[in-house]
Design a protein around this ligand. Structure first.
Ligand code: NAG
Ligand code: NAG
Ligand code: NAG
Ligand code: NAG
Ligand code: NAG
Ligand code: NAG
Length: 810
């Protein structure tokens, strides 16, 4: 499986070893574009996506790693009190590596860490990353089977494990190919073909546990009923664990909601030091749609099974009634390294409530439980458990204000806020939970959005609430859908997947979320060129409002307050999940809702225009393509541009009517389409980044066009920002290539595209940005919107060239 990909990573590793100071290799001439040292930092949002696993080294305090579904893995950097991203070198070609299916530590060597990387089993591009230095450098080995860190069952695990007796040996439970083994530290793998149940249902084997006391004993669980197996002779023979819970007879189910499996399916397990194997179960792999579950202990010495599922008979406080039904299942669990009878388990998918998911703590091996979640919730939360909003803060008191999003109706079922004012929802998708092996009072749990932590879990014994705080600083795992950098207000506004969007007044601390209407995904943002405090946003809320459209709003005060458009544009409703964006003209009087995904009513076509803030929407004359390749001139009023299927369109009457030019008339490539990028300083100057067809430029409102920036340019993403000192033309930024065999990278041109300088390196690729936006006020700065690594931004760091470590060494 040695491919060119391996070679590419060998180069990346070399760069790491030499301090990532590779000179920009791609400056073509460079005469008019000055080279600088750059640094990259992440915009602080703090979490923002699903935490799928947290693990700790058994022998070294504070050596923690966390994995995410679309943003790879992080290591806890205790001296800096934050998580450190470990794989920002992942290239666009290998973007499928930007998700950790599982990870494993070598219990005999704290420096060794292994990641099993691959987002989707359909992508057939997965790899093992092996490190001898805690993730500072990696060896990359393409894997002979697919992985799915963002597929169903990503909450389970750990599928990957190191043999504590032979630490060069690893086992991996795969989704589709059974159980595999490596004897050379994850470099090569062989199929353990005598494993009895490969259960190729796309979820497959969800955990592998080596017994650290008995050499040759391994427990393996597949996400199927009766899916637990063990070997006591290092895999020579396997046997099914006797007496597994085989059906749902011990669980109250409902014929109207029959369990989705014939029996409980193992989700996660932990082997305690006294030989008891604790196992969580559910009827569906998760993280969503789980309806039923259970928790059992299995004494590996006596083969005795005990149903230890938390419930009315063994939990304090008792379950809240009425509890939503079906009640969800169980997944997250962690056993205290210091006490085999102390463990926490977490329920999964008790949404939409009441009562929501709970974390349970036991000190007697599961005979009795304390409901940590209920004890943590302020009174009056009526089953909608949560933390008082003041606790949504880092340990040093820095608020993570967007986590208080409690003002909106539930959206999309998951990730929803608590409906109780003043409360931040305790969590959802809490599959990753860890009792710190060096401090039993320190418990961390991941949610669909962040990591909560407490240093005094033992307060639960007195039926008091532990003090909770956020321990996710440094984790930035958002999917970025839109960004703007207007000439006034904050330098950056973001539109994010799952968590709406934010005005980023300070890039280094988390910000509040935009207010009502709350969007699950914020698809589009725009700002009015000559009235930059007017900002528009569009997205899906799933909500019908009496006073306007739930999918589109504008602000007149720079994004603090929002006013809903009086009605939605035709074809946009509470069921529209991809909403395009709402372009606003320079004067903030004309708006055009540009979406290619909303369904236009018969005999009309968008993009629809309004001159009365959405009271009425007009289907345009002269433009019949419902396109999202759209923008407004930032200087000349009432002027909008669209470029789709090779045809250039312009409106100068606020989007009511358009004139068009074919590709024959303009010379633009036939069939091409892209959102026009406009000069915010000058009317009628426009660029079109057309990928391998190059970068195109017009200075006369699209009347004529020329290809600029070099003949071999590949313009994948493009933006314009504040001019270089002494210049009037904006600086140009591009994600792409500037020469035929050149590197794909982030490039800047100060001289209108005559020369380019590369401003990133192989260590800073983030799986390739999905969009880039330059700062209109800070020369040299560009924001990269990633899919899974949030927003990173590049800033000039000094004279010279190359990329320096950012503030926190990233
Ligand atoms: C997956 O990729 C490998 C090479 O990396 C190739 O040999 C194999 O045929 C591919 N499988 C599929 C299903 O595309
Ligand atoms: C690996 O072995 C399992 C049986 O355990 C079998 O189902 C699967 O097809 C094998 N895969 C490959 C690629 O050999
Ligand atoms: C609980 O832990 C926090 C630190 O997170 C500390 O400030 C607080 O004093 C502790 N409370 C108790 C009662 O131990
Ligand atoms: C959308 O609104 C309609 C009409 O108000 C309502 O019947 C429907 O249930 C809503 N759909 C969703 C997904 O909320
Ligand atoms: C659309 O236009 C066609 C042809 O003019 C007409 O027959 C049809 O009734 C119109 N449909 C609607 C919903 O207005
Ligand atoms: C932009 O135009 C291209 C080519 O016509 C088209 O494939 C693409 O869907 C358009 N994008 C949007 C957002 O409308």
């Amino acid at each position: 499986m040695v491919s060119f990909r391996l070679l590419a990573f060998a180069i990346a590793v070399l760069n790491f070893a030499y301090g990532i100071n590779g000179a920009p290799s791609e400056s073509s001439g460079g005469a008019g574009t000055k080279s600088f040292q750059y640094k990259y930092n992440a915009v602080a949002i703090t979490g923002g996506g699903f935490i799928t696993g947290i693990i700790a080294h058994p022998k070294e305090k504070d050596l923690l790693y966390t994995r995410t579904d679309i943003g790879s893995s992080y290591r806890w950097d205790a001296p800096n009190d934050r998580w450190l991203p470990l794989t920002d070198f992942i290239s666009e070609a290998d973007v499928n590596y930007l998700g950790t299916e599982s990870f494993a530590l070598d219990p005999t060597d704290p420096d060794r860490i292994y990641l099993a990387q691959g987002q989707y089993i359909t992508q057939n591009n997965s790899a093992f990353f092996a490190s001898n230095d805690r993730g500072a450098t990696w060896k990359i080995y393409p894997a002979p089977f697919p992985m799915g860190s963002n597929d169903l069952g990503r909450n389970n695990g750990e599928r990957l494990a190191v043999n504590p007796f032979k630490p060069n040996e690893l086992y991996m439970g795969t989704r589709t190919q059974g159980l595999w083994k490596s004897t050379d530290r994850a470099k090569t793998w062989t199929n353990i073909t005598n494993y009895p149940d490969a259960s190729a249902n796309g979820i497959g084997i969800v955990f592998v546990i080596f017994d650290p006391k008995n050499e040759g004993t391994i427990y393996v669980g597949a996400n199927v009923p009766n899916g637990l197996y063990s070997t006591t002779n290092g895999g020579k023979t396997w046997k099914q664990l006797p007496g597994q819970p085989k059906d749902w007879s011990a669980v109250t189910t409902d014929p109207e909601h029959p369990p989705q499996s014939t029996g409980p399916q193992p989700m996660k397990a932990a082997l305690a030091s006294n030989g008891v194997l604790y196992v969580t179960y559910a009827d569906f792999p998760g993280p969503y749609a789980v309806q039923y579950g259970a928790v059992y202990s299995f004494n590996t010495k006596t083969s005795e099974w005990i149903d230890i599922t938390p419930g009315a008979s063994n939990s304090y406080p008792k379950p809240f009634t009425p509890q939503s039904f079906p009640p969800g299942g169980y997944c997250g669990l962690s056993v205290d390294a210091k006490d085999p009878n102390t463990l926490v388990v977490v329920s999964l998918d008790r949404d939409p409530g009441p009562a929501l998911d709970s974390m349970y703590l036991s000190h007697d091996g599961g005979k009795s439980w304390k409901d940590v979640t209920q004890l943590s919730a302020p009174s009056g939360t009526e089953g909608y458990w949560g933390h008082p909003i003041e606790q949504a803060a880092l340990k040093d008191g820095t608020p993570v204000p967007w986590l208080s999003f409690n003002w909106n109706a539930q959206w999309g079922g998951y990730g929803a806020p608590s409906p109780i004012l003043g409360v931040a929802k305790f969590g959802w998708w809490m599959a990753a939970v860890l009792i710190d092996p060096f401090n039993s009072d320190h418990v961390m749990y991941g949610t669909g959005a962040t990591i909560w932590s407490t240093d005094n879990l033992s307060r639960v014994e007195s039926n008091w609430s532990p003090n909770w705080y956020i321990q996710a600083q440094g984790i930035e795992e958002n999917a970025v859908l839109s960004m703007i950098s207007p000439t006034e207000g904050a330098n950056l506004y973001s539109g994010l997947g799952d968590i709406n969007g934010m005005r980023h007044d300070d890039l280094t601390v988390p910000q509040p979320m935009f207010g009502t209407p709350g969007f699950s995904n914020l698809d589009g943002l725009d700002w009015a060129g000559q009235a930059p405090n007017v900002i528009t946003r569009s997205g899906g809320s799933g909500t019908v409002y009496a006073d306007g459209c739930g999918n589109g709003a504008y602000s007149t005060d720079g994004g603090y307050g929002w006013i809903k458009f009086l009605t939605c544009a035709p074809g946009v409703s509470n069921t529209t999940w991809v909403n395009g964006f709402i372009a606003v003209d320079a004067s903030a009087k004309s708006f055009v809702w540009a979406s290619h995904s909303s369904v236009a009513p018969a005999n009309t076509s968008g993009p629809y225009a309004t001159q009365d803030f959405g009271k009425t929407w007009t289907s345009p004359r002269g433009l019949s393509v419902q396109t999202g390749n759209f923008s407004a001139d930032k200087v000349q009023t009432k002027t909008f541009y669209a470029f789709d299927t090779g045809v250039w369109h312009i409106s100068t009457d606020g989007g009511v009517s358009y004139t068009s030019k074919t590709s024959k008339q303009t010379g633009l490539p036939a069939g091409a389409g892209a959102a026009p990028v406009v000069n915010f300083l000058k009317a009628g100057e426009i660029w079109l980044p057309l990928g391998t067809a190059g970068l195109w430029h017009s200075t006369n409102f699209g009347g004529s066009w020329s290809k600029i920036g070099g003949s071999s340019i590949v313009a994948s993403q493009f933006s314009v920002g504040a001019p270089a000192p002494g210049r009037k033309n904006p600086a140009l930024y591009m994600w792409g290539k500037v020469s035929k065999n050149g590197a794909q990278g982030v490039y800047r041109s100060d001289d209108a595209g005559d020369s380019w300088v590369r401003i990133n390196d192989e260590a800073h690729q983030y799986g390739g940005p999905k969009l880039i936006v330059a700062d209109t006020r800070v020369y040299g700065r560009v924001y990269l919107g990633t899919f899974g690594r949030g927003i990173v931004y590049a800033d000039i760091a000094g004279e010279g060239s190359g990329v320096l470590p950012g503030t926190f060494g990233i």
